[in-house]
Design a protein around this ligand. Structure first.
Ligand SMILES: Cc1cc2nc3c(=O)[nH]c(=O)nc-3n(C[C@H](O)[C@H](O)[C@H](O)COP(=O)(O)OP(=O)(O)OC[C@H]3O[C@@H](n4cnc5c(N)ncnc54)[C@H](O)[C@@H]3O)c2cc1C
Length: 484
């Protein structure tokens, strides 16, 4: 679809590739910084904005209260309770509302159904080679490009097994397939956010089923009751994310991730497995956790390798070598995760000529791609990148080198760079970043936390840099400021 009100120019001031949450935050920031008559083109291979949410399973919900999932500070066009966890369709509808709001602020040409196949930068401008849904090639010229193509999340395929006497499916097709299963047993494979969403949805929609969780080394979740306490409790109860990040970062020295993780797990998290080893920045409430603990028929702390026939009965074959007999006709749901399954090409967040900004986990500046897009766009359009104090982490490589280290390193990096953003950008830019989870709390509490942090800023930054340098040396991965 092309915005009919805007004639299509041959050359744009800015081209944004990707209309997910990152692209929309880049567009929000661009609308704040660029002159009113600037021309922007927004490209996405999908037919609408919404990013990974468009293809997500239909029972996915936001794990944070909905106001903190937006473009910039655009409010949701409804008056639901602040703690409401928006559904997939509500999220997609909010994307539409954000785009409509931004159209009024900046001249944006929307090119959906257009895939970017390559980006070529010269000293003068950038050429974005694209292909449309009819397979025709097209070139878009722009002065600058923001490449916000996400983590290339694609819906998972059903797991394939030696034994065929089970029903293997995915969250996207679970409820349409469930009727075909001859056994009431459902095995949820994976204990991350998708696994939790799936178990909770099964409790609600298929109460006659017996739900088993195969959750590897287990995942913990930030305790939503702590990070988003309800009602007036917001004034005194709970914990600001920024304060938690500072607490954890100061305990982390680059080598003691296990100890800091144990401290974090004890004080700030919930999850059905109290000894879990993984954390992917998800949130879960104490009530949801209690439902999971009470409702799960069994929990298997191991990884599923295959389902095999053994003595005429299907068995789960686990990584430890253990076998668990299951009923024929059981359902197996692949919730093994969507993120960073594919190799992403390394691109520094800012290109050689300074005309292409890339939001990527390979040159990550914040654990949330949307927050990275918001702040980096502000700096990019002010010609302030690269910034010699901003650390960039190759999160994909670190994750593969050490699962244990990436969580605390991601926290340390996000804290350091948030402090750098706060120093570089006007206070109004920070105030309009509605993605900040701490907006949940009343302003005086946030202000007090920021003042406390401000006093320790120099010490915190020095510590974070030291830790990130130690991580870089230990793992031999990219974890340093980009050269100016
Ligand atoms: C199951 C699941 C649940 C989640 N739940 C939450 C949650 O509750 N809260 C939360 O904050 N986060 C959640 N996340 C994380 C989520 O990924 C981010 O919040 C956010 O939506 C990511 O936005 P993005 O724009 O970076 O990436 P995406 O949403 O992946 O958007 C990237 C866009 O770029 C487009 N694109 C990619 N390549 C090209 C190309 N070559 N040409 C044209 N277009 C291209 C894609 O079509 C897509 O629209 C969840 C993730 C998953 C997988």
């Amino acid at each position: 679809m092309t915005n009919q009100a805007t004639p299509t120019p041959a050359h744009y001031d800015l081209c944004i590739i990707g209309a997910g949450l990152s692209g929309m935050n880049a567009l929000f920031a661009a609308a704040e910084v660029l002159p009113r008559d600037a021309t922007v083109v927004l490209i996405d291979r999908n037919e609408r904005c919404g990013g990974m949410w468009i293809a997500a399973y239909d029972y996915v919900r936001l794990h944070q209260p909905h106001p903190m999932f937006t473009a910039g500070n655009i409010p949701w066009a409804w008056t639901k309770a602040r703690e409401h966890l928006a559904s997939r369709d509500e999220v997609i509808s909010h994307f539409g509302h954000c785009l409509a709001t931004l159209r009024a602020k900046v001249s944006v040409t929307e090119r959906f159904g257009l895939e970017c196949v390559s980006i070529n930068e010269t000293k003068q401008s950038v050429m974005v080679q694209c292909r449309n849904s009819a397979n025709d090639d097209e070139t878009i010229h722009a002065t600058r490009v923001i490449h916000a193509s996400g983590y290339q999340i694609t819906p998972p395929a059903p797991l394939s097994f030696t034994c065929k006497r089970i029903l293997s499916t995915t969250p996207e097709h679970l409820f349409e397939k469930l009727g075909e299963a001859s056994s009431p047993d459902v095995y949820v494979i994976g204990g991350g956010k998708t696994g939790m969403d799936t178990a909770l949805a099964l409790f609600d929609k298929a109460p006659d089923k017996r739900i088993h969780l195969v959750n590897g080394t287990g995942t913990i979740f930030g305790n939503r009751n702590l990070y988003a306490p309800k009602g007036v409790k917001r004034w005194w109860h709970g914990k600001l994310s920024l304060s938690t990040f500072a607490d954890l970062a100061l305990r982390f020295d680059g080598r003691n991730a296990r100890d800091v993780f144990t401290y974090f797990r004890q004080h700030f998290t919930v999850g059905p497995d109290s000894n879990a080893q993984q954390f992917f920045f998800g949130l879960l409430s104490e009530e949801e956790n209690a439902r999971l603990s009470a409702g799960l028929t069994s929990m298997i702390g191991d990884y599923l390798e295959d389902v095999v026939e053994c003595g005429g009965t299907p068995h789960l074959l686990l990584r430890s070598g253990r076998r668990v007999a299951i009923a024929p006709g059981s359902t197996i749901v692949n919730c093994t995760g969507h993120i960073l399954r594919k190799d992403l090409q390394y691109r520094p967040y800012i290109s050689a000529e300074g005309k292409v900004l890339t939001i990527s986990p390979r040159s990550m500046v914040h654990f949330l791609s949307s927050v990275s897009a918001y702040f980096l766009t502000h700096l990019f359009l002010r010609n302030r990148l690269p910034d010699r104090h901003l650390y960039a982490l190759d999160m994909q490589s670190l994750l593969r080198s050490s699962r244990q280290d990436w969580q605390m390193t991601g926290i340390t990096l996000s804290l350091l760079n948030t402090l750098v953003f706060a120093e570089r950008l006007p206070i109004g830019v920070l105030a309009k970043c509605g993605l900040d989870q701490d907006f949940w709390f009343p302003f005086p509490r946030r202000l007090a936390a920021m003042v406390r942090l401000g006093f320790r800023r120099t010490q915190l930054k020095a510590h974070c840099r030291q830790v990130l340098d130690a991580v870089q040396r230990r793992h031999g991965i990219r974890c340093a400021p980009l050269a100016g």
